[in-house]
Design a protein around this ligand. Sequence first.
Ligand code: NAG
Ligand code: NAG
Length: 119
Amino acid sequence: MVLGAALFGLVFLMVQKIWAQHGPPPQSSIWAVPGAVVSKGSAVTIFCRVPPGVTTVCLARLPPRTVWYDGTTQGAQEVFEFSLQNITQSKAGVYFCAYFNGSQWSRNSKNLELVMTGE
Ligand SMILES: *[C@@H]1O[C@H](CO)[C@@H](O)[C@H](O)[C@H]1NC(C)=O
Ligand SMILES: *[C@@H]1O[C@H](CO)[C@@H](O)[C@H](O)[C@H]1NC(C)=O
């Protein structure tokens, strides 16, 4: 019994260590220019910053879940941008970024809440 418990504890510790080493890649950061509060019909650009070398980035919105892949990069390779034109209520909502590092998807970034004013 004691041996079994010790063995279980050891295996548990090892599994935790494997998770710690092979957890998903770190979060990206997300922000909006000119800001997260936009007036109806205007444009906004959402930026996602990812680690160097990453080429697959997605911006997703929920709900209803909508996903845009492959924003464009300008200047700094680590910053991807997604332009949203002609903002309507259907484009408002909660957005987040995630990226694929070649073997795994990252954790989701923090949420960015895009709010439309002037309805
Ligand atoms: C992707 O991220 C995982 C977890 O952080 C890491 O183990 C792996 O080496 C990364 N792959 C590449 C190609 O960078
Ligand atoms: C913006 O969206 C509204 C509502 O869908 C549409 O009536 C208008 O033509 C659009 N304007 C442009 C410039 O796309």
